[in-house]
Design a protein around this ligand. Structure first.
Ligand SMILES: [Zn+2]
Length: 295
């Protein structure tokens, strides 16, 4: 016991305290039905705790329950953008939290607004604010009267990588990305030397994710459109070859493809071929409840 403690202290002092970090996909689909998938959502498990949620679209709460994650363990929620397929189970999560022993605050980050979309702070107020929100009976979670507070912060529309959060060796970084007219953010979660980067929905036009994801262990990219897609779809989403270019340029350790839609399902071989023109690392297609270990 004493030897183990000594070894732990030595490794910690030397900066080698390795966290166990897992990515669990809750929802691997987009906004459609018929794909038999929940909409976009992920858990980052750190040292056995479900500490960070990224997006929480339709179906995510059921998958959360199936994954044995605990609401009490969530430290923060990172919203890539406010489309319904990335946010719609959030009210259900908040209500479910009432029935748990949760007592510490949840930090929630999401993009600032523009003329098309409200900022995340306004969005959350419109949902829950006392006497004004759609679910105004949840207002006590915003104003501090409940057992914990949902503390919302807008992420600036910066094309430079910014650090949003730092506690011990856990850091959260973000950068703005291009998702048509919709304000959108990509996030990187770092736990010690391990990292996972989430592109969210984007088409890559700002070329900002490459710096955020530089040498990340896992790059989670959204495979919403197939090779040869044109028009609005490519204003909003990356084609497979742009996913390949971004993964290669960022030197990502491996690539997880998610946000799979009816138009990309069944085209995995073609998609992989396109990505392989640029990127030689491991490529996996995510399903709901897939788990990937960050090594
Ligand atoms: Zn989406």
């Amino acid at each position: 016991m004493f030897k183990q403690l000594l070894l732990f202290l030595l490794l910690t002092v030397a900066g080698f305290s390795a966290h166990s970090v897992l990515l669990q996909v809750l929802g691997s689909g987009g906004p459609e039905i018929g794909d038999k998938r929940a909409s976009s959502s992920y858990i980052v498990w750190i040292d056995g705790r479900s500490r960070i949620l990224v997006d929480f679209g339709g179906g995510a709460l059921l998958r959360f329950e199936e994954s044995n994650a605990r609401i009490e363990d969530i430290d923060m929620i990172l919203l890539t953008h406010l489309h319904i397929d990335h946010t719609s189970d959030l009210p259900a999560l908040m209500k479910a939290s009432f029935f748990t022993g949760r007592s510490h605050d949840i930090l929630l980050y999401g993009p600032e607004g523009n003329r098309v979309m409200p900022g995340t702070k306004t969005f959350i107020k419109r949902l829950f604010e006392d006497k004004k929100g759609a679910w105004q009976y949840m207002g006590d979670y915003l104003d501090g009267r409940a057992s914990f507070q949902l503390k919302t912060k807008n992420v600036d529309r910066s094309r430079k990588v910014q650090t949003l959060y730092r506690k011990g060796d856990i850091t959260i970084q973000a950068v703005t990305v291009h998702h048509g007219p919709i304000p959108a953010v990509a996030y990187r979660v770092n736990a010690g030397k391990k990292s996972i980067t989430f592109t969210g929905d984007m088409n890559g036009a700002y070329h900002t994710v490459e710096a955020l994801a530089y040498r990340t262990d896992l790059l989670v990219a959204h495979n919403a459109v197939p090779k040869g897609a044109k028009g609005t779809a490519t204003v909003l989403h990356m084609t497979p070859d742009s996913i390949g270019r971004i993964a290669a340029e960022s030197k990502a350790g491996s690539l997880v493809l998610s946000h799979r839609m009816l138009r990309t399902l069944g085209k995995e071989k073609e998609t992989k071929r396109e990505i392989r023109k640029y990127y030689m690392g491991p490529i996996v297609f995510a399903n709901d409840k897939s788990i990937y270990t960050v090594k």
